[in-house]
Design a protein around this ligand. Structure first.
Ligand SMILES: *Cc1c(COP(=O)(O)O)cnc(C)c1O
Length: 430
């Protein structure tokens, strides 16, 4: 029996561990409440949120306008299913189309569902418009992609952890190397109906495309009658300092996938967007979702888009993102060789840690102990992606904590390496 006093933190972590499936390894912080860019744990400790739930909380936690929009709608109706029309869905879809300049939008809930929608649309377009032989449609995807966790989607992941033991996988996907046009050409066939790709590979470690890659990919897709579908579930809605990350590349895709921030940090709301020539392959009965486009989600998502516009969050992401990256590069110089690279766009930054010196995970946990929430991806990259409402002062607080932690880490590392006994001749020749 444990006779010592258990903390609340240990209690909650213990209950999750006892009754939950073991499919996550969370940072050991028990969040009790949050407001805008700050989070408090059950012990009352305060944290700066530099993670924002992978961009789902781009508006900051519990944005008052979004909470008010939800409360207003909760006085009326929340869920009707798509068996009936409603008063919030049309205005939401209208706003989404106006912002993206696509003609039609199909609402879903999670990002993975919107990706599934894109896959179904691309295949049907392949058969009905492009003329691919039945059952032969192929979709090109990038290596190191992340598009969600359904059994179809993980089937074309290149991450062994996501796939192991979950086969057999759906056929009809081929891989190319992100940023490499030759490998796109090598992976293509006359049955290729679409390229599905992230504009920046987030899960892979915030990997930016080489300049000009997307322009060439756009041109290749047009020449080969292949749909270019961009997954901006994480990159979209201001995260990279533009409304949509594809704008950095000077292109327009044939279809777009949104999610995460679309729900304003309150609800899961996603969408698939395309022009009528593509979207109209869906007819009644061909696709749907019980909760997709629900009255409450649509009311919140419409307000979420409006808030980004009214508060200038896209411009803010561009400016403060530049500041965050500049400050992290100062840290990189101060603590070398601990940090190998700092890369990102807007308020979306990956800090690449030299694995000989520390794992990203141990630094994420040390940072949490210093009041900063971040998250590792793979073994070597720490992700910083705060709410777009973050201030310079809070960025400074987070970066200073990172600097002090890294200096300490480097000091212990340096002492450790000095302390390593130099082998004498006898052991060397032994
Ligand atoms: C998070 C994410 C998804 C999946 O979204 P879920 O809401 O977790 O299903 C898909 N694509 C990208 C690029 C993502 O970042």
């Amino acid at each position: 029996m444990d006779t010592g006093k258990r903390t609340l933190t240990q209690d909650y972590i213990g209950t999750e561990a006892r009754y939950g499936a073991r499919n996550y390894r969370p940072v050991p912080v028990v969040v009790d409440r949050a407001l805008d860019c700050l989070v408090w744990d059950v012990e009352g400790r305060e944290y700066v949120d530099m993670m924002s739930a992978y961009s789902a909380v781009s508006h900051g936690h519990l944005h008052p306008r979004l909470v008010a929009a939800a409360q207003r709608q909760l006085q009326k109706v929340a869920i009707t299913s798509r068996a009936y029309h409603g008063t919030t869905l049309g205005p939401f879809l209208h706003k989404l189309c106006a912002l993206t300049s696509f003609e039609r939008a199909l609402p879903m809930n999670t990002g993975a569902e919107a990706v599934e929608t894109a896959i179904k649309c691309a295949r049907r377009w392949g058969y009905r418009v492009k003329g691919v032989a039945p059952g032969q449609a192929e979709i090109l995807v990038a290596r190191q992609n992340f598009h969600g966790r359904t059994s179809t989607i993980i089937g074309f992941s290149s991450e062994p952890d996501y796939r192991d033991g979950f086969g057999p996988f759906a056929p009809g996907f081929r891989h190319f190397d992100f940023g490499d046009m030759d490998s796109v050409r090598a992976g293509a066939s006359p049955n290729t109906c679409a390229v599905l790709v992230e504009p920046i590979q987030g899960e892979a470690g915030v990997v930016l495309p080489p300049p000009g890659f997307f322009a060439q990919l756009r041109q290749w897709c047009t020449q080969n009658n292949v749909l270019l579908i961009i997954d901006e579930v994480q990159a979209g809605l201001g995260r990279t300092g533009r409304w949509f990350a594809f704008e950095h590349e000077g292109i327009r895709p044939d279809a777009l996938i949104l999610g995460k921030a679309l729900g304003g940090g309150l609800l899961p709301v996603s969408a698939f967007l395309a022009d009528s020539a593509v979207m109209n392959v869906f007819d009644p009965g061909s696709h749907g979702s019980t909760f997709g486009g629900n009255a409450l989600g649509a009311a919140v998502a419409l307000e979420a888009l409006q808030v980004i516009e009214d508060e200038g969050l896209v411009q803010r992401s561009a400016e403060l993102g530049e500041y965050l990256i500049a400050r992290l590069r100062e840290v990189q110089a101060a603590v070398q060789p601990l940090v190998r690279a700092v890369r990102g766009r807007g308020l979306w930054v990956g800090v690449d840690i030299a694995p000989a010196h520390a794992s990203a995970r141990e630094l994420v946990e040390s940072l949490a102990a210093r009041g900063v929430l971040s998250k590792e991806t793979h073994e070597t990259v720490i992700r910083f992606a705060p709410p777009l409402t973050i201030t310079r002062a809070l960025i400074d607080r987070a970066v200073d904590a990172f600097l002090h932690m890294a200096l300490e880490k480097r000091r212990t590392f340096a002492i450790k390496s000095i302390a390593t006994p130099v082998p004498d001749r006898a052991t060397e020749t032994a």
